[in-house]
Design a protein around this ligand. Structure first.
Ligand code: ATP
Ligand code: MG
Length: 225
């Protein structure tokens, strides 16, 4: 089986995430994509963050009609609030796979450029195949610079333009997605009472309105006060 991990804050999950996942699924024949909302993201600790249960609910609604898109709670918040790291998630998922399963890690170009700041990033690069989806404003050439030269194979194989082979892993570039949608813009739109129809899956839009998310009186926020 080909399996991909797709992590994010998903605050909220939106049409750009869905388009990226569908494109990756087609290109790499992914049998399953695990959508993993992160509980305590190391890099977003000081930002606004909707309650995990609500972000997970939205992921579940977005995946409801797609049997191969699986919501996964492996990064649910820890009791002590300590951050979760992708390297641990990869190891935990890998342990559950069979020998011939192929594990991918799906990210947008912006997240991949940030990779050198991730915990054990060299080990992470060497332990999974990355699929890097293009995102407006992010330079594909910069992506090629992320892999440290010593992770490249000693004998340089003929590198396919869209795949950078590493000693153990690989970085696959997936151009052409370029969906101009970000959660931040959706939060902003909802806050200013603009419609988000088409920017998030229908059920997610209904859930945002029902729960009053992203407004000043959002239930998740009140519960945390
Ligand atoms: P925010 O604006 O809050 O940062 P976001 O839209 O970037 O939200 P995240 O939850 O941060 O969404 O992203 C999760 C993963 O999905 C990351 O790897 C990110 O790069 C990727 N991603 C998000 N939006 C897109 C998009 N429009 N196209 C491709 N990849 C995307
Ligand atoms: Mg982001």
């Amino acid at each position: 089986m080909n399996i991909a991990i797709f992590g994010g804050t998903f605050d909220p999950i939106h049409a750009g995430h869905m388009k990226a996942a569908r494109a990756a699924q087609r290109r790499f024949k992914l049998d399953r994509i695990l959508f993993i909302p992160t509980g305590n993201p190391p890099h977003k600790i000081h930002d606004h963050l909707t309650d995990f249960a609500q972000r997970y609910a939205m992921v579940t609604l977005a995946c409801a009609n797609i049997p191969t898109f699986i919501p996964c709670t492996i990064e649910a918040p820890t009791v002590d609030g300590s951050p979760r790291y992708s390297i641990d998630t990869v190891r935990a998922v890998r342990r559950k796979l069979r020998q011939h399963d192929r594990l991918f890690f799906l990210v947008g170009a912006d997240a991949f450029l940030d990779l050198p700041h991730w915990r054990e990033f060299r080990r992470l690069l060497d332990s999974v195949e990355f699929i890097v989806v293009s995102r407006p404003g992010f330079d594909p050439d910069a992506i090629r610079q992320v892999a440290p030269p010593d992770l490249l194979p000693a004998r340089r194989l003929a590198q396919r333009a869209e795949t950078i082979r590493l000693r153990h892993g690989a970085i696959h570039l997936l151009p052409g997605v370029e969906a101009p949608i970000a959660s931040r813009d959706i939060r902003q739109a909802v806050r200013t009472r603009k419609p988000v129809t088409g920017l998030v899956p229908k059920l997610v839009e209904e859930y945002i309105l029902k729960e009053g998310l992203f407004g000043p009186s959002a239930m998740g926020k009140r519960l945390h006060q």
